[in-house]
Design a protein around this ligand. Structure first.
Ligand code: GDP
Ligand code: MG
Length: 163
């Protein structure tokens, strides 16, 4: 079976670890567990053509870029930038991390606008968002809490990586 490495990146507290937990284990917790370093979770996804094992790298750091270092991207086939719809600044940080990744690699980028179960309170306008979304292969409205968009997002990634 083919394996594909995916990195999930974004500001602290946007829901990276929660999205993976929802996708891999089907559970959600309100608890905010900060673990510094890298955690790798695996899940097999059935695409139209074949099975692919996704290896999802969850990176947590204490610095501005949440621990992002170019070395984490080595061998990755795609990356997800997660932003939190209740915090405008989280998208600014996501865009910065996006640029850092694109400097070292030209793999596809996916945007997850997370916490969609909560009222969207950030200050981004629809037209600003649509400009930002242009840089990404696709963007998804997600909720790690309800599961909205989560399966769809990872399944989309598995499909583009096996085309
Ligand atoms: P990370 O730092 O990006 O890994 O963020 P976490 O996954 O640890 O989540 C940070 C906090 O946000 C936790 O308290 C989670 O329970 C909460 N959270 C994450 N995703 C969602 C979501 O989609 N909806 C809601 N309501 N809370 C979320
Ligand atoms: Mg985390």
């Amino acid at each position: 079976m083919i394996q594909k490495k995916i990195c999930i990146l974004g500001a602290s507290g946007v829901g990276k670890t929660s999205l993976i937990k929802q996708f891999v284990e089907g559970i959600f917790s309100e608890k905010y567990l900060t673990s510094i370093g890298v955690k790798i979770d695996k899940k097999v996804v059935q695409t139209d053509k074949e099975s692919v094992q996704l290896m999802i790298w969850d990176i947590e750091g204490i610095d501005r870029y949440c621990g992002f270092q170019p070395k984490y991207i080595r061998g990755a086939s795609a990356f997800i930038i997660v932003a939190d719809c209740t915090r405008s600044q989280s998208l600014v940080e996501g865009i910065e991390i996006y640029r850092m990744v694109k400097e070292v690699s030209d793999i596809p980028a996916i945007l997850a606008l997370n916490k969609k179960d909560l009222p969207t309170t950030w200050h981004w306008t629809e037209s600003e968002l649509s400009d930002i979304k242009h840089s990404y292969s696709k963007s998804f409205d997600t909720s790690a809490k309800t599961g909205e968009g989560v399966e769809e997002m990872f399944s989309y990634i598995a499909n583009i990586l096996t085309e």
